[in-house]
Design a protein around this ligand. Structure first.
Ligand code: 5GP
Ligand code: ZN
Length: 119
């Protein structure tokens, strides 16, 4: 999918405006439109990246930066002490629905253990 047609690239371009709660020169953060926890943020690269398969040496700093921004957002949302989960759904089996790589930050209540995947 071209960046022109990507939902998250449109959000990055402020189309429609007002969704972005954090932005710097590499990433931006929005609230998930269908939150699965009291705190459910998405942390995304500003530049369109369809898949982790495209992460190369040029993206190392940006990928690490996402984790720093995640912790900063967790602090702002007051979930650093209670805890939070970072999730990347990569590809079909993981249920990725938007082909612009993003990290989910979930918290604000106890989350189901990952072990539930096989129950
Ligand atoms: P995935 O399933 O690809 O890991 O996550 C995509 C997420 O994006 C879903 O949780 C979905 O609710 C969210 N989402 C889809 N479209 C929009 C949108 O236009 N705005 C926002 N804020 N979230 C969206
Ligand atoms: Zn995109």
């Amino acid at each position: 999918m071209a960046a022109r047609d990507c939902i998250f690239c449109r959000v990055a371009r402020e189309e429609p405006p007002g969704q972005i709660i954090y932005r710097d020169d590499r990433v931006f953060v929005i609230r998930d439109i269908q939150p699965q926890a009291p705190v459910h943020l998405l942390i995304l690269p500003l530049h369109h990246m369809a898949s982790l398969a495209y992460v190369g040496p040029g993206q190392e700093q940006m990928m690490g930066h996402i984790f720093l921004v995640a912790e900063e957002m967790a602090r702002r949302e007051e979930v650093t002490v209670s805890g939070y989960r970072l999730v990347v759904n990569q590809g079909f089996d993981a249920g990725q629905t938007v082909d612009h790589t993003h990290v989910h930050l979930l918290g604000g209540e106890p989350l189901l253990p990952l072990g539930n995947n096989r129950s």
